[in-house]
Design a binder for this molecule. Structure first.
Ligand SMILES: Cc1cc2nc3c(=O)[nH]c(=O)nc-3n(C[C@H](O)[C@H](O)[C@H](O)COP(=O)(O)OP(=O)(O)OC[C@H]3O[C@@H](n4cnc5c(N)ncnc54)[C@H](O)[C@@H]3O)c2cc1C
Ligand code: SF4
Length: 347
């Protein structure tokens, strides 16, 4: 184990949109910043998508823009470097990484984001058991490759989406709404129709939360232009048919009728959970909130601050958030950190 150390005014933990945006904003203001990302690449939680809501812009282009911005800044970037613990001593933060190195900073920004819900935990839906059951992340890979096929390698006759997998779920213990999966399902359903116009597309929902600008219009377009069928109801169980399709048992809660149908692909809209990094570091610093997300001082006027001096938060480590909300939140965190440094460094 080496004892190599680095020093910076600000340590940013997490190289997603939140971490990159905040790091660049701070660096542009002459502040020395180190950014740590546990993965070998930046912004993998965006890079694994094809097109983004609300306007179908390219996820890879967004990642390229963020990476370009970061490489043009003076931020010292450490990829493949997971921060495993941190502590504050005498007004300074000491971070330890997975190699045993120590990194010193006056302020720390936690931008450790989310992990998607592991669909295997909903055993009754058959993910990991039946090949025709996939997650929204798996579907993004298919869309990215421009290849939408069923288990037999043929164009699917039917694709069915199920909302709220791992969110708003008493049994799992995640009562919160993941916020981005309703609009993601509508976006993906349209993409399926664009790629394979003859495929029938169904979408099972509890209620549709189209909260953002342009989302409601996308929902209308899905119905009117693409003929996507929205069914208010829950799928209780999935099973395999003899010809490798997926049979689903559901209830149409609008008409109060149970129904059975078979589909080529069942797409589970997996929700957002606090990432392992968020849970570990928030708990290590005593700022762990509900469901393992990091807890800010107040959601009104100090949503980027924590009860710990010099420890700030940005993005989806606090709760599910879209990219645009994340980026705005990161800019606001950068302003708060710059203000904090003025006082901390003048003492
Ligand atoms: C299925 C799905 C589809 C989505 N589609 C869209 C969309 O179309 N449009 C949209 O606006 N939003 C979309 N989102 C939301 C989008 O992914 C988030 O808004 C965005 O990724 C949040 O950025 P972030 O930086 O807060 O977190 P993240 O992107 O999760 O980044 C956090 C980073 O921190 C790193 N990290 C974690 N712990 C550590 C540690 N201990 N040390 C070092 N690094 C660490 C992680 O590896 C990760 O790279 C979607 C989300 C899901 C689940
Ligand atoms: S955004 Fe929609 S699919 Fe996701 S948890 Fe909320 S209601 Fe369910």
């Amino acid at each position: 184990m080496s004892d190599r150390t680095t020093t910076a005014q600000v340590a940013v933990i997490g190289g997603g949109p939140a971490g990159i945006e905040a790091a660049c904003a701070l660096s542009n203001n002459g502040i020395r910043v180190s950014l740590f990302e546990s993965e070998p690449v930046l912004a993998h939680n965006v890079g694994n998508k094809f097109k983004l809501f609300p306007d179908f812009s390219s996820a890879s282009e967004l990642v390229a823009t963020l990476s370009h911005k970061l490489s043009g800044s003076h931020v010292s970037v450490h990829l493949d470097t997971e921060i495993v613990s941190m502590e504050q001593k005498g007004g300074l933060w000491f971070l330890t990484d997975n190699y045993g190195h120590t990194h010193e900073a006056v302020a720390v920004l936690l931008a450790t984001g989310y992990d998607v819900f592991d669909a295997r935990r909903k055993e009754e839906l058959g993910y990991g058991i039946y090949k025709g059951v996939v997650t929204s992340i798996d579907l993004e890979s298919m869309l990215k490759a421009g290849k939408l096929v069923n288990v037999l390698g043929e164009q699917p006759q039917c694709v069915t989406f199920l909302q709220c997998v791992g969110s708003r779920d008493e049994k799992i213990g995640n009562h919160y709404c993941s916020k981005v999966c309703c609009v993601t399902a509508v976006k993906q359903a349209i993409e399926v129709k664009k790629l394979s116009p003859r495929t029938d597309v169904f979408l099972f929902y509890m209620d549709l939360r189209m909260w953002g600008q342009g989302f409601e219009e996308l929902y209308r377009e899905a119905q009117e232009q693409y003929g996507i069928r929205f069914v208010r109801g829950r799928i209780s169980e999935a099973a395999s048919t003899f010809d490798d399709r997926v049979q689903i048992k559901a209830e149409d809660t609008l008409v109060g009728q149970p129904l059975k149908m078979s589909t080529d692909l069942l797409v589970l809209m997996v929700g957002m959970e606090a990432s392992c990094g968020t849970k570990k570091l928030a708990s290590c610093c005593g700022v762990e909130g509900a469901y393992g997300f990091a807890h800010s001082c107040s959601p009104y006027l100090s949503d980027n601050m924590t009860d710990r001096q010099g420890l700030f938060l940005a993005g989806s480590c606090k709760r599910p958030m879209s990219v645009s909300d994340t980026v705005n939140d990161a800019r606001s965190a950068a302003v708060g950190i710059a203000d904090y440094l003025k006082t901390a460094l003048s003492n």
